[in-house]
Design a protein around this ligand. Sequence first.
Ligand code: KG4
Ligand code: ZN
Length: 357
Amino acid sequence: MNSPLILGIETSCDETSAALLSGRDGLLGHVIHSQDIHAFYGGVVPELAARAHLTRMDEVVEEALRKSGHEREDLDAIGVTAGPGLIGALLVGVSWAKGVALSLGIPLVPVHHMEAHLFAPSLEDPEAVPPFVALLVSGGHTLLLYVPAWGDYQLLGSTRDDAAGEAFDKVAKLLDLPYPGGPAVQALAEKGDPKRFRLPRPMLRGNQTPEDKSYFDFSFSGLKTAVSNLVLELSQAGSLDQERPSVAAAFQTAAVDVLASKTLRAVKDTGCGRILLGGGVSANGKLREEISRRLGPEGSLFVASPRLSMDNGAMIARAALYRLERGETAKPDFSGEANLPFPNLRNRSPGGPASRA
Ligand code: KG4
Ligand code: ZN
């Protein structure tokens, strides 16, 4: 297979997405259907997500094929998110992909959702390739990695409790904002004064050294509790309504400060001035701005456009292309896995080489 045509399928959470990627011509057709049913419940309802994927699957794939000008029979391989994610949602995509790959007699390539987020910026920018320091921030994960080459993933830090996106979603709820919380908090924060309230920066202290595990690790649950206490206080004082934008701004500033500080620590420790941001939270304007400012003009920052920062089939197809080129296809007993481990992940000792995780 010289320049294969790959169909990428994503159904790990609340986006049903399909994309056609050609090894030679790039992205040919891409459809992302965001399920709106969850906004009504203020969060993703797993059973409803699985049902909605099932209802939309065929339609989304047909539309992506139509846009690409290809037919199912032209496909050389199918890449599908194998995990991590909601198991019912994952199984819809995996079962669909297994069935279609089998009927067409083409290989199926399992893809790790978070590894795929690493590939998203390279769909738009050929320079967005390793080596880089990667900050992966989504609704379920917060990972700080050093990636010297594709497939070599060295773990510097991760969250000890809530993920960064989860913190945005929980704070949005405290402020009566709709789900998903990230974009709503960002929009409200623009109208507020970030300096009006000072919120804690968990796990960020000036006296930490790279030898401390907390030097690169994150924690967001204490920050969420601090927001919750502040909201209660303001509500009792009768000033919550007018202060809401400043609470959002103070929270966003604190979260961004922690994320940017740890990412820049990783740059210092690895000596690599190339940063890649991935996952839904990387759509946050303040996060992009702050990291870019602290990195300075000598460094390079790679972030996908908002459409490719969110969950999408294009990044799944791109990661599948990488795995396919290495001959990695699904075993017959392959299935979706809610807690699928990150492939080839090793712990990186500070300033030094990596050891097996
Ligand atoms: O990667 P993603 O689309 O799905 C998962 O794999 O989880 O990330 C979704 C997360 C949600 O928590 C959402 O609130 C957050 O990304 N998010 C944002 C922004 N846009 C999406 N967080 C902060 N600022 C944003 N602009
Ligand atoms: Zn994601």
